[in-house]
Design a protein around this ligand. Structure first.
Ligand code: 5GP
Length: 175
């Protein structure tokens, strides 16, 4: 384990169990003839999305968006720039956004408003981690893996300065 890791919050096994549970819920909540587009928010949600969709027993399409927040880099400003938009046409489709962490909620608030304007059939959000104490807007999240306190975490796709994404567990790093 890296010297900079303070504490492991969720082990590989805990994550795998949670991903399986979420996959089952999602499978039960949609109809098999729904046209579902799963949208991953890059880069952090990539690993979660890859594991989750293999636990969803429904036909679906996959696409990705990359966004960046204007303003200082540690706090979301709510003004979001789309760095990579979708490749797929989503009009009439059921959208499931996959996110790594919801913090202030401002990024997803912007993204959901943006996607809703594209005449979609429905929109749901699935996040692996949620920090409800940090919320700065009203955001409905349909599927939450784990609620966490206000701490900076890394691993399982989530970075600090682009490092630690390949850790198989989720951990806090030393200040
Ligand atoms: P929000 O707009 O909800 O404040 O920002 C969500 C984004 O902030 C997440 O997708 C993630 O990129 C980043 N973020 C929030 N909390 C953490 C954290 O504890 N660690 C890391 N590495 N990124 C975080």
């Amino acid at each position: 384990m890296s010297k900079e890791i303070d504490k492991v919050l969720f082990s590989q096994e805990m994550i795998a169990d949670k991903v399986e549970e979420l996959g089952k819920k999602i499978t039960n909540d949609y109809n098999s003839d729904d046209e579902i587009v799963v949208i991953g928010v890059l880069k952090g949600a990539n690993m979660f999305l890859s594991d989750l969709i293999r636990k969803v027993d429904l036909p679906l399409y996959i696409d990705f968006m990359a966004v960046s927040s204007y303003g200082n880099s540690t706090e979301s400003s709510g003004v979001v720039r789309i760095l990579k938009d979708l490749d797929l046409e989503i009009e009439g489709k059921h959208i499931l956004i996959i996110e790594d962490i919801v913090d202030t909620g401002l990024t997803l608030k912007y993204l959901t408003e943006n996607l809703k304007s594209r005449k979609i059939a429905s929109l749901k959000i699935c996040t692996l981690l949620d920090k409800p104490s940090r919320r700065k807007c009203d955001l409905h999240i349909d599927y939450v893996g784990f609620q966490i306190p206000d701490a900076f975490i890394v691993g399982y796709g989530i970075d600090y300065a682009e490092k630690y994404r390949n850790l198989p567990y989720i951990a806090m790093i030393k200040e």
